[in-house]
Design a protein around this ligand. Sequence first.
Ligand code: NDP
Length: 260
Amino acid sequence: MLLDLKGKKILVTGIANNRSIAWGIAQQLHAAGAELGITYLPDAKGRFESKVKELTSPLNPSLFLPLDVQDSRQIEEVFNSVEKEWGQLDGLVHCLAFAGKEELVGDYSATTPEGFARALEISAYSLAPLCKHGKNLFSQGAGVVTLTYLGAERAIPNYNVMGVAKAALEASVRYLSAELGPEKEVRVNAISAGPIRTLASSAIGGILEMIHNVEEKAPLRRTVTQTEVGNTAAFLLSDLSSGISGQTIYVDSGYCINGM
Ligand code: NDP
């Protein structure tokens, strides 16, 4: 069987610019034949909207919607639009995270309660309400994919509260997988990607050292590309991965196998 997403309707969140992992994912889903819905984080001046619209228009998305996951009304409106336009949902890509820059450098114990709550709400909790609203729309065998990082299970310098958020996200993947699997075999999985230079990762203190470290020590002696992550997302949203749910799949040039 070849990878084929023709006829599948997939909602992709988290495109900020052409470096975004979600952009790599959207391109690969489109190449495999999927029909896309794209969401963007709205700002007062509408700059993100026009940037993301221009970037994604070659993929001809049939839905283009604002989504701030901290706004429950916007979440509801996104899924109302999905229902109206598509009537069903075959795939959901959750590719977003946020923590204040000050929380991503120095000591973890310095994390403020506000910073902790915001990072956990946006980066981990948000997957739950998206799945809740998607529940009635998911088709038989639909897939949900989210993005995580090794900092969920190892103490990576400066990753701090985002590591705690990713640990919560990976646990959420297991709980949502258990919840959504029985009725319609909806599968929920995470991709643990190696470090890639993006807007979000530039906020992490020492991201370039993290990348150099992977280039020196990973079995493949390089870090990964957005396209490689996109290919794995396409696989996880296709029928080829029909037996896989609740997993964290590493797309990191093999770095996570290293003892040190
Ligand atoms: P990007 O900055 O390109 O993507 C992060 C996205 O999250 C942006 O589109 C951002 O919008 C969006 N976002 C932030 N807050 C909200 C919110 N409240 N509601 C909706 N969207 C929001 O960075 P990446 O591509 O690196 O990040 C994508 C995912 O990949 C994240 O979960 C990240 O943790 C994960 N990841 C990244 C790795 C890396 O090295 N880059 C490695 C492993 C995992 P905007 O920019 O408009 O604010």
